[in-house]
Design a protein around this ligand. Structure first.
Ligand SMILES: NC(=O)c1ccc[n+]([C@@H]2O[C@H](COP(=O)([O-])OP(=O)(O)OC[C@H]3O[C@@H](n4cnc5c(N)ncnc54)[C@H](OP(=O)(O)O)[C@@H]3O)[C@@H](O)[C@H]2O)c1
Length: 273
């Protein structure tokens, strides 16, 4: 039985990923900051030597996109130095590494879906640190997968679906309609990760098929939840955030995941059980 060590296993993705890996026949070692602080190179090396996994799936990250604008130091420490530590140890020990990256490595100036080898050009600190993490993986490991995902939601973390549903009783909700991307359920991503493990090493996009704006995403959340909400589309200019976002970060996922609406339906049904 192959052994997979997961970093950031207590996070939104990690909590859905670990049981799916077990169901897929892997032995899973769950770690998070208390058992494997990725910013400490000695701990990283010791834990990997001790556990001898065949594969590391690196989910641990600094994920607060807006906060990264004011706290680049911490974002770099976790997303760049932390990933370098993991990649260096995996490279030395011959372990296959799966690095979870983001659509925010792109600048959003394209007008058709981004392919894995398209030019990257991050426009915010979070995207820049995740991109540097990708580069560390590529330079320090031979056996690696870079798996980019986007607009993630899941049952075990703060996310857009839950934020929208928590606002459902407001007289009106304004949502940005000029940023286009691919909503992705963590369960779909986890299944996609399992799928790419049998494909050649390299860079993959694992996100919901199709695309929408945040406004379109919100509308679908309320329709599928049977809620009648006064939803108003607005522009990014009307709803400024500390971090710039790409206006178009749709990724070509090579059909790895289902249509985003079908996945959202299952998420909402499961949530209501
Ligand atoms: N969420 C999205 O919309 C999105 C979109 C694209 C890509 N991604 C990528 O997908 C991956 C999973 O995201 P997620 O939403 O599941 O993130 P998350 O919920 O924030 O989980 C990240 C986990 O990493 C842990 N962590 C932080 N610093 C650490 C350290 N020094 N050592 C070890 N663990 C540490 C966190 O612990 P604490 O909670 O205690 O800090 C948390 O349990 C990340 O690589 C992220 O960049 C996410």
């Amino acid at each position: 039985m192959k052994k997979i060590l997961v970093t950031g296993a207590n996070g939104m993705l990690g909590q859905d990923l670990c049981p799916i890996l077990e169901d897929s026949g892997y032995e899973v070692i769950e770690t998070d900051i208390d058992t494997l602080d990725i910013t400490n190179s000695k701990i990283v090396s010791d834990v990997l030597k001790e556990n001898k996994p065949d594969i590391v799936i690196h989910c641990a990250a600094y994920t607060n996109v807006d906060k990264a604008e004011e706290d680049l130091h911490t974002a770099e420490l976790i997303n760049v130095t932390g990933t370098e530590n993991i990649a260096e140890a995996c490279g030395k020990l011959g372990i296959t590494l799966v690095y979870i990256s983001t659509d925010y490595v792109f600048d959003g100036t394209k007008n058709e879906p981004y392919k894995p080898n398209d030019r990257t050009n991050p426009i915010n600190n979070y995207g820049m640190t995740k991109y540097e993490g990708e580069e560390a993986v590529r330079s320090l490991c031979e056996k690696y997968y870079v798996a980019r995902t986007s607009w993630l939601y899941g049952h075990h973390g703060k996310n857009f679906v839950e934020t929208m549903l928590s606002l459902a009783d407001k007289p009106e909700i304004k949502v940005v309609d000029d940023q286009i991307g691919c909503p992705t359920w963590t369960v779909e991503l986890a299944n996609g990760i399992v799928k790419i493990l049998s494909k050649p090493y390299g860079t993959y996009h694992i996100c919901g098929s199709g695309h929408t704006s945040w406004y379109g995403f919100a509308r679908e959340i309320f329709v599928q939840s049977g809620l009648n909400v006064n939803l108003i589309p607005c522009t990014t200019y009307e709803f400024p955030r500390p971090a710039k976002r790409p206006s178009y970060s749709v990724m070509d996922n090579d059909k790895i995941c289902r249509n985003w609406q079908a996945a959202l339906k299952d998420y909402i049904e499961l949530r209501n059980v």
